[in-house]
Design a protein around this ligand. Structure first.
Ligand code: BGC
Length: 355
């Protein structure tokens, strides 16, 4: 069925920018909302096996929720577009064309998810659109050379599209006037039960990855690309998260759970999340080589989310499709360089069902 697009005011930023919430829906099947503050994915309502629509992504009921101090102090990036670079960077620096770029540390001495004021905190221009089989919105932002000390002015477009089958796509397009680096992602937190007082430990998870990136004590890749065989990171068959996550394994101790990049074998249906209770299922395809899987280990009931609920440890799971973290310091990883004559492109698709 052809989806419907609506929009409404979601709030004002302290600087007075009016933020719009765009909603794409197919009645009874799916309702997706996104806003132009941080090009953020705020809501996803999908039915359980009895047709009951519930919201399955963490977020806030109003813009003010996203601006509250208690939330910002905990660096959770709920539903945000992350840029320029997802994840952490070794020693907060990288080298390019004989120059060293020092990046500001925003969390415990580390540069995380774009820095002090990443793309998650920017007001983006919005262009809603309708075609004959889809609706969506394209968000645009110009990241000037020198922003967070990165070189090159980047023009970035993030497009959310819902098609007539109920498939949601997030696509990225970017160009730069100078050689630079880029590795954006989306930071949605999923809990398919639709009940954010529950954890995601009962969810089944599959990821078509034979390898993953072990981390050092600072949650940065060691550089090793290790086999998942015989480790808690082997989700090559759908497996309930609670079992591997409680095993004793030095890699699970570092982040208090999974917070690791999985190296994808192939792009199609390469990750599945399934909630046996509600029957809700998410299938993901991506053009990116990796998924940073983060099991909400640092959520700690620190702020109020939707319906006044606080979000505790493992309330949700993030599936951040991207190039590998810290690629700028690992020439052996797929490159995140963006040359002036190039167009950066990336696509991730989500298909939802209930069984
Ligand atoms: C990172 C985590 C971080 C979380 C929230 C994830 O992408 O891998 O280490 O705590 O984002 O900022």
């Amino acid at each position: 069925m052809q989806p419907v697009l609506t929009s409404k005011k979601f709030g004002n930023t302290p600087k007075g920018d009016e933020i719009q919430l765009f909603t794409f829906s197919i009645p009874g099947q799916i309702e997706v909302s996104v806003m132009n503050y941080g090009a953020t994915w705020t809501h996803l309502l999908i039915p359980d096996r009895n047709g009951k629509l519930e919201d399955v992504v963490l977020g806030f009921d109003t813009l003010d929720g996203y601006l509250q101090k208690d939330y910002l102090e905990h660096y959770c990036y709920i539903g945000s577009t992350i840029g320029r670079i997802a994840g952490r960077i070794t020693d907060n620096r990288f080298h390019l064309e004989g120059k060293t770029y020092e990046l500001p540390a925003n969390l415990n001495g580390i540069h995380l998810h774009g820095g002090m004021e990443g793309w998650d905190k920017k007001v983006w221009e919005s262009e809603p659109f309708e075609t004959n089989n889809s609706v969506g919105v394209t968000f645009y932002y110009q990241s000037k050379a020198g922003e967070e000390n990165y070189p090159g002015t980047i023009d970035i477009w993030v497009t959310y599209t819902l098609d007539e089958t109920g498939r949601l796509e997030i696509s990225y397009k970017a160009s730069s006037d100078e050689k630079t680096i880029i590795n954006p992602t989306n930071h949605a937190y999923f809990n398919l039960t639709g009940d954010f007082s529950k954890t995601i430990e009962g969810h089944g998870f599959f990821v078509d990855a034979g390898k993953y990136l072990p981390m050092n004590q600072n949650s940065l890749p060691t550089g090793e690309i290790a086999s998942v065989g015989g480790t808690p990171f082997d989700f090559r068959n759908l497996k309930t998260i609670s079992e591997p996550i409680h095993r004793e394994h030095s890699q699970l101790e570092i982040a208090g759970g999974i917070d690791h990049c999985f190296v994808l074998n192939q792009p199609e249906d390469c990750a599945v999340l399934y909630d046996p209770e509600s029957g809700r299922k998410l299938k993901l395809s991506t053009t990116e080589p990796g998924i940073q899987v983060y099991t909400g280990n640092y959520l700690g009931n620190n702020f109020e989310g939707k319906n006044g609920l606080t979000y505790g440890k493992r309330t949700a799971i993030c599936l951040e499709t991207q190039h590998f973290p810290d690629s700028c310091n690992h020439p052996e990883f797929p490159s995140i360089l963006l040359m002036p004559e190039e167009i950066f492109q990336s696509r991730t698709q989500f298909v939802f069902s209930a069984e």
